[in-house]
Design a protein around this ligand. Sequence first.
Ligand SMILES: Cc1cc2nc3c(=O)[nH]c(=O)nc-3n(C[C@H](O)[C@H](O)[C@H](O)COP(=O)(O)OP(=O)(O)OC[C@H]3O[C@@H](n4cnc5c(N)ncnc54)[C@H](O)[C@@H]3O)c2cc1C
Length: 495
Amino acid sequence: MGIRTGADYINAVKSRQPDVWIGGRKITNLYDEPIFRQPINEMARLFDLQHDPEFQDQITHISEETGERVNNAYLNPQNGADLQARRRLFEVWAEATFGLMGRTPDFLGTVVTAMASNDWFFREYGEDRFGDNIINYYKYIRDNDLFLTHAIVNPQNDRSRSSAQQAREDMHLGVVKETEEGLIVRGSKMLATLAPVTDEVLVYSYPGFKPGDEKYAISFALPIETPGIKILCREETQNGERSTWDHPLASRFEEMDALLVFEDVLVPWDRVFINQNVEAGNLLYPKTGINLQPSHQSAVRGLTKIGFVTEVTCAVADAIGVDGFLNVQTQLSELIQGVETIRALVRTAEAEFELTPLGEARPNIVPLEVVRGILPTLYPKAVEILQTIGAGGLLMMPTGADFEHPELKEIMDKHYGGREGISSEYRVRLFKLAWDLCGEAFGQRLVQYERYYSGDPVRKLGMFYNVHKRNNPVYPLVEKALNDSLELSKDKVLN
Ligand SMILES: Cc1cc2nc3c(=O)[nH]c(=O)nc-3n(C[C@H](O)[C@H](O)[C@H](O)COP(=O)(O)OP(=O)(O)OC[C@H]3O[C@@H](n4cnc5c(N)ncnc54)[C@H](O)[C@@H]3O)c2cc1C
């Protein structure tokens, strides 16, 4: 089949009935539900870009294996050019959503491609058939252009205990039975972003399994509407009824998050990638580097998002004529330099790629981890700067309806304008765009996303230091400085 259109995707959403719950209601028709409709349409636009003559060759390619056109997320990169081709996909889709949707289909397409490029791992730490399963699954989602969600974190029931030690052993997702058909799994997993509107769910875990956690150390994929999977959505940040005039971002890009509860769900054997194997569960990340290729997507998307917030902040400052003040310029420069730092890091990661013995080109992990280290503080800082520069103006904005009322129109046009050349309507719309990013619940979720989208930043920085120390066990410049000074002091004594 190859690349889907937006209409293909919408028809797929309409054709199935996942068990989705929100606000105590079971959603029977996702597309007719205002909360979901616009986000589904936004996702459909991404699929349509694959058919747009302007972008098609930039974001898709012809599969050597099938001769069909497929998305660039399914490129197993072999060189720098492949990495750049894939980056172009990340860029085009991120720009179409202003970087505000983190789990667009390219993210998990890249994860599965990285898993399939390392099928040896699933064979060596499991069984041959698990290696075949991941390759077949990769081909299946590539050739049907499927959209995945993932649930890889256990809910925060008691973080001081392992999964096996929780109050109930079936709280965290684990295997309760093996049958001839496959595994029966029970328990819950979070935080499946966009789950209601996806085709499939992929389950795996961050490392951290303890002896005794065997039944929780699993990885598999299932269609999202598989009987027994309950999708419990968080409360919405917008109800789908607010106008795009008043909420230009929140009304479009709500990326719903959900807890997935598995109630004795059958995972057929051909969908199992890791089966009750603590060692495999703990080594999946370090041995396959599956976090690395998707980190490239996250970095490009993050660059678009921080670049967008920076642009909005500059536009707000310009619109009310405060960008000539030194304190404002300092804040704006801090943001602009942050964006440029991330851009340089992404380019460095691509230019300094490494080839694995199997020929997979992997972007350099160090600059990508630096991006991951910077964004959880830079992004909240950007939002704070936007709040600071927008100040009280952010809180006095009327609605589109006020502009339409004949009795108010003149007042609107007179009192809401900005510096010379900035009309009332432009300024109000700009400030409402800014408020979606820095004030609305929608914007607060975007901050939380940047902090946590790829694990706990605190432990990530700890790991970064440990890896750095392992790779740099000696301090050559310190040694040189100490030796030089010793030599010099000897000379001085001799003199
Ligand atoms: C908006 C958003 C979208 C997300 N989307 C997805 C998704 O699509 N799929 C998915 O699977 N996940 C997703 N995640 C989940 C994400 O992976 C987790 O939030 C992240 O891994 C952090 O885990 P946690 O939230 O359970 O926090 P915890 O690990 O519970 O941490 C809570 C706090 O305790 C501290 N802490 C906990 N344990 C330790 C420890 N051992 N040592 C030191 N400090 C500790 C942390 O530093 C932190 O401050 C998303 C998260 C967010 C916020």
